[in-house]
Design a protein around this ligand. Sequence first.
Ligand code: GLC
Ligand code: CA
Length: 552
Amino acid sequence: MHTDWWTDAAVYQIYPRSFADSNGDGIGDLRGITSRVPYLAALGVNAVWLSPFYPSALADGGYDVDDYRAVDPRLGTLDDFDEMVWTLHAAHIKLIIDIVPNHSSNRHRWFTEALGSSKGSPARERYIFRDGTGPDGSQPPSDWQSIFGGSAWTRVPDGQWYLHMFAPEQPDLNWDNPEVRDDFLTTLRFWSDRAVDGFRVDVAHGLAKDLTEPFLPAAHLPDLAEADGAHPLWDRDEVHDIYTEWRNVFDEYDPPRMAVAEACVHPTRRIRYARADGLGQAFNFDLLEAAWSAEEFRVRINAHLVEAETSAASATWVLSNHDVVRHATRYGLPGTEQTPREVAMAWLLSNGTHPRLDPALGLRRAKAATLLMLALPGSAYLYQGEELGLHEVGDLPDNVLQDPEFHRSNGTRKGRDGCRVPIPWSDHEPSFGFSEETPHLPQPAWFATYAVQAEERDPDSTLELYRRALALRTKLSSHGFTWADEDRPDVLHFIRPGGWHCVANFSPEPVSLPRGTVLVASSPPVDDQLPPETTAWILTSHESGGGGDVRG
Ligand code: GLC
Ligand code: CA
């Protein structure tokens, strides 16, 4: 049976400015990535997803794109890009790039032209300009808030306002304008022609908007938790017409280019983004939002597998990315009435002091959760540094913070810089081998323990665990999944075809393992007992076959 590579890939996300710096300016770059391809190959990932590398003023970490068909000169050139693709492909690693269609940056030539043109001009029609309210138009067209805080409208010198659902430096594009649509098709072809294998679509649920006036006041906007598609700004049904056009472009290529949607929508509407005649795949952030609890994992895994089966889409799993507190840290914070995300945000705001982090416990659980995720059918998305067991850097001083979320929220949210600190490669070189210069975000002294070099010397390191698991996953991966009977509610046990068992012990007690060979474990089993907060993969000899019901 032929399966497309991206339906069960392990994809490694690179945040380029924080991965590896080749020319000593403190900023990671494309040649840095190329130089680390052997590392990625040894890690055993099938693909890389590259966060934005386009020219940008970095008002939002590169998600404010000045030019969609160029490389930020600080990160390299198009030739460097080609060399990176070539080197990745030579190592059998695919490349997915980030595409940011909801908004450009305010330095994009279209926005400059819009500012220099008059009200009602075609140049303004590429964005969302409106007159203000109040007697002199000095009030914004609506009271909508941007995701990062503050008004979603900013006024320009001639008195009009433009919409930005994120930072003011990220004006929303007008997707009703055919010129905008065509230009993105050109961009998709531009990178596909350069042998890019796929696209990660930023804010995929945002492009289509119903901007019929009068605008609903913020308090009357429908709840996104209602899955009816009635929100004027998010997850509108019309957005899929755009992706049908994109699919036609992807299918011009052999093999067709893939895409994965970042769609923060009601789970029942996620499958629309993953349709075969649309983007094909969508991130599922349900595990990322889950607390360290067997029950929460079970429910979310079940729901997503059912969703994937009924929609014929592939499952996707994510525990960390560039927008959230790293999972090693989340799992080391105490459970409270609040959601894990809220607890982590509060911890960040206290500069990593409250509540108290148990780093060893967090890492132990993170390794168990990762091993569980890597045993699930579908694609797994990994975030740079998690393979080292990196924790969030919780105590970055305010004066180094780059994230607009911190500044736009007036410091009531710390933002996402703590998971974007440059990677430690070495335990003895300056800036841990990331750069010869001061890195653009400061690295804490404890990064030394997590450096690639240090972990390569230690057979029990997190890095070695990821390597073993990823190598096994490639060999074992296939279709089929069955829950095994377990009397203990705090143990998750499932079976994949070929007698591959995954047992995850969420409890504080050891539990017995099924008979068989332990292929890999997140902490070593003792006397056939799986230690607390540990996952193991076991190969049993008696079972085989196509993932049918293998219960006794
Ligand atoms: C996505 C990105 C995030 C960015 C936002 C605006 O959510 O993952 O990093 O800030 O879009 O582009
Ligand atoms: Ca550099």
